[in-house]
Ligand binder design. Structure first.
Ligand code: ADP
Ligand code: ADP
Length: 229
C-alpha cells in the first residue's frame, strides 16, 4: 500500500474572504518514491506539505499517511504520526537554541520513549552521516546555516521515518551545502525511504523520480523523470 494517498483534497482558509489553497488534489506516493513539488508562490505547495505532514487537516477529502486517516485523526494521533512515521525538514530549521546538535537530533526519540544513552548514540550516528560528527556538542548559534540545515535533516531522520518531507531544503544554504543536502536525499532514496520535497529550483527537482507541478491549488501535470530505482 502507498505511504501517502490523497483523494479529492480541498483546503480553504477563511480570512474574511475565502482562499481555496487546494482545490481538489489527488496524489499517491508509492513506497520508496522520490517526488518533487514545483509551482509558483501561492499555488498551494506548503499547504500540500502541511497536510501530508499531518500538521493540518483538509477541509474536504481524504489524506491517508502510513495507513492512518489524517483527515479525521485527533491532534494526539497526528502528533504521534509526526513523531514516528514522518520526518519533516523545515526551511527555517526550527532547532531549539538551548540544545546542542546531538540533543536537537535526539529530540524526536524523547517522545518515542527511547532512553537517553541510546538517543545520544543514535543522534551521533546520524550527525556523522551528515558530516557533523565533530560538531555534536555545539549549540545552533555556533554552527553555520548549512550545518544547521544538516542538523535539521539528521533530526528528521533519527526516528527512521517511512516518509521524509522537506520544504525548500536547499533554500537557505549555499550551493555547496545544497549539493550535500541533495546527496543525503539521494542516499535516503537508495535506502528505500519515501521522499517528498518542495522546491522552486529545477535542478533540485530533477534529482527526484517525478515532478508534480502545482498551480492555483491544483495538480497541473505530473512529469515522470523515469529513473526510479
Ligand atoms: P505556496 O507554498 O505554493 O507558496 P501556500 O500553500 O503557502 O502556497 O498558499 C496557498 C494559498 O493559501 C495562498 O493564497 C496563501 O496566501 C493561502 N494560505 C496559506 N496558508 C494560509 C493560512 N494559514 N491562512 C490563510 N491563507 C493561507
Ligand atoms: P513558501 O512559499 O516559501 O512555502 P509562504 O510564505 O507561502 O512560504 O508560507 C509560509 C507559511 O505561511 C506556510 O505554512 C503557509 O501555510 C503560511 N501562510 C501562507 N500564506 C498565508 C496567509 N495569507 N496567511 C497566513 N498564513 C499563511
Amino acid at each position: 500500500s502507498p505511504v501517502v494517498e490523497l483523494s479529492g483534497v480541498h483546503k480553504t482558509y477563511d480570512v474574511g474572504g475565502v482562499v481555496e489553497a487546494l482545490a481538489g488534489v489527488s496524489l499517491t506516493l508509492p513506497e520508496g518514491s522520490y517526488t518533487a513539488v514545483m509551482g509558483p508562490s501561492g499555488s498551494g505547495k506548503s499547504t500540500l506539505l502541511n497536510l501530508i505532514g499531518a500538521l493540518d487537516t483538509p477541509t474536504e477529502g481524504r489524506v491517508v499517511v502510513a495507513g492512518e486517516e489524517v483527515s479525521t485523526a485527533s491532534d494526539g494521533t497526528r502528533a504521534e504520526l509526526r513523531g514516528t512515521d514522518i520526518g519533516f525538514v523545515f526551511q527555517t530549521f526550527n532547532l531549539l537554541s538551548r540544545l546542542t546538535a546531538v540533543e536537537n537530533v535526539g529530540l524526536p526519540l524523547v517522545f518515542a520513549g527511547v532512553p537517553r544513552a541510546e538517543r545520544r548514540e543514535r543522534a551521533r550516528e546520524l550527525l556523522t552521516d551528515v558530516g557533523l560528527g565533530d560538531r555534536t556538542d555545539h549549540l545552533p548559534t555556533e554552527l553555520s546555516g548549512g550545518q544547521r540545515q544538516r542538523v535539521a535533516i539528521a533530526r528528521a531522520l533519527v526516528a527512521d521515518p517511512a516518509l521524509v518531507l522537506a520544504d525548500e531544503p536547499t533554500g537557505n544554504v549555499d550551493t555547496e551545502t545544497g549539493g550535500r543536502v541533495l546527496d543525503i536525499f539521494d542516499r535516503l532514496h537508495a535506502a528505500g525511504n519515501t521522499i517528498l520535497l518542495v522546491t522552486h529550483e529545477r535542478h533540485v527537482a530533477e534529482r527526484a523520480d517525478r515532478i508534480v507541478h502545482v498551480r492555483d491549488g491544483e495538480l497541473e501535470r505530473i512529469e515522470d523523470l523515469g529513473d526510479d530505482a
